[in-house]
Ligand binder design. Structure first.
Ligand code: ADP
Length: 475
């Protein structure tokens, strides 16, 4: 089955040395991908820059036509792409299918939004002068993407870049280059020029980061990944003031107040915490529950989580696939063990089938001093903490260097507004567990990053403002 699935990528695979891609479910080798070295990466940047001039001269409508064709091809090949995503990332097929639809959504949305890159006419400060702004593509761009959404994290960068008139070279995550190569293939089949959008797999991500930040033709780098690597890239970008978008780690609080609908909140944990086995940057990392409803909420939560089934992502009954590799499962398992040593209680889960598997887990009796609430868990573990009042909830929620997403459950409108405004983060979901959509701005504050993806703000990341002043016009 794998052979048929990967047949279209045959010329990107190798029987020799290269980037080995493994199935996290059973540890088997799926394929070995050909890689590019420093010289080849630099050549791809030059080719992207070359392709860009013609692309930027086309009308937004012409660019949109090709993007829409790409969008249609992605949907036409939804099933194959989803199978590849499941094969290399482990996520359940149903989630992989939603990711492909979500990822395709960015292509369609930005195809349209590219037509609306309006400038402005500014009322003049002087009678003989006229002031206006143009919005122009920033130029040749690069992206470094993670393995947790191997399709969507690429389309949400590439689609706005191309729609704006930029070119883009993408270095995909080492664990998931096959989805990226399949997307690239479909883009080229759609008529998007070869070279304008290119995928560059490598086994040396640090080299790619260095080249992207120091190559004189790269005007912008968009990165999604850890705060640790984001800091390295930000320091390197200082070299030539490369424009950056950074979508980094999170430590999302999930606040349940005493006036919340506890069933709605417990259902939302399944989405906000357990989607993709807890491996998303907006995953609820700390479940904070008001004292008076703590026990009732925990009971509802445990009943739901205990029903989730961990297993091979290719099986229809699986809710929770493997983590990305066995090392990730060990790291998350260690966080659980350390929490238990410090007084937490395992209410369900806590172990796993071995390898990359970990059963969905709920911990209670968790407190702010435990490593499990200070670090980004990136696994299917929900640590529950208590709070007494609004002020304590806000203080606990904000007690982190991260500021990506937050979730809050309450029905009092005054409380909803007060807490929503006080939370230090880029995104808040009120009475819901799912935030992400191509039509809204996704991004963080504090050490969760810079810039926004999705929505018209996501297009602006790939446009420079040029101010023009026309003088000597007479009065
Ligand atoms: P994670 O821990 O989720 O894998 P990383 O930040 O390590 O997060 O990885 C996200 C992306 O960053 C991947 O594509 C990875 O290859 C890349 N990466 C890792 N180290 C570096 C580096 N030093 N410079 C540039 N990119 C890097």
């Amino acid at each position: 089955m794998t052979c048929d699935l990967l047949a279209p990528l045959a010329d990107r695979l190798t029987s020799g040395a290269g980037l080995e891609v493994y199935n996290p479910g059973d540890g088997t080798l799926i394929a070995t991908v050909g890689i590019c070295d420093e010289t080849e990466l630099a050549q791809m940047i030059v080719a992207a820059d070359h392709a860009r001039s013609d692309w930027a001269r086309r009308t937004a409508q012409e660019r949109a036509d090709l993007l829409r064709r790409w969008h249609a091809l992605v949907l036409e090949h939804l099933e194959e792409l989803a199978e590849i995503v499941t094969l290399e990332s482990g996520k359940p097929l149903a989630e992989a299918r939603s990711e492909v639809r979500y990822g395709a959504g960015f292509i369609e949305w930005f195809a349209e939004e590219g037509k609306r890159a309006y400038g402005e006419i500014i009322p003049s400060h002087h009678s003989g002068k006229r002031l206006l702004t143009l919005r122009q593509p920033v130029g040749t761009c690069a992206a470094i993407t993670p393995w947790n959404f191997p399709v969507a994290m690429i389309t949400r960068k590439v689609a706005p870049a191309l729609a704006a008139g930029c070119s883009m070279v993408v270095k995909p995550a080492e664990a998931t280059p096959l989805s990226a190569l399949f997307l690239e293939l479909l883009a080229h089949r759609a008529g998007i020029p070869v070279g304008l959008f290119a995928v560059a797999p490598t086994t040396d991500p640090a080299m790619a980061g260095r080249v992207f930040c120091t190559h004189p033709l790269v005007r912008k780098l968009s990165f999604t990944g850890s705060t640790r690597v984001g800091k390295i890239l930000m320091a390197q970008a200082a070299h030539q003031i490369t424009r950056l978008s950074l979508e980094l780690g999170g430590n999302a609080p999930f606040l349940v107040f005493d006036d919340a609908d506890l069933d709605v909140a417990a259902d939302a944990v399944l989405v906000a915490k357990f989607r993709n086995a807890g491996q998303t940057c907006v995953c609820a990392n700390r479940i904070l529950v008001q004292d008076s409803v703590h026990d009732a909420f925990v009971e509802k939560l445990v009943a739901r989580v205990a029903r989730l089934k961990a297993g091979d992502g290719r099986l229809a009954e699986t809710d929770i696939g493997p983590l990305i590799d066995a090392g990730a499962a060990r790291r998350v398992g260690d966080l659980v063990r350390r929490a238990v040593e410090l007084g937490a209680e395992v209410r369900c889960g806590g172990t796993g089938a071995g390898g990359a598997f970990l059963d969905p887990t709920v911990l209670t009796g968790v407190h702010a001093g435990m490593p499990i609430v200070q670090s980004e868990i990136f696994g299917p573990v929900a640590p529950v903490m208590r709070f007494t009042d609004e002020a304590e909830a806000i203080a606990l929620a904000n007690a982190t260097p991260y500021g990506l997403a937050a979730y809050m459950f309450a029905r009092d409108m005054g409380r909803v507004w007060r807490v929503m405004e006080a939370l230090e983060c880029g995104m808040v979901a009120v009475n819901d567990g799912a935030l992400s959509t191509e039509v809204a701005p996704f991004g963080g504050i504090k050490q969760s990053g810079l810039g926004r993806e999705g929505s018209r703000h996501g297009l602006a990341e790939y446009l420079d403002i040029k101010y023009a002043m026309l003088g000597a016009l007479g009065t």
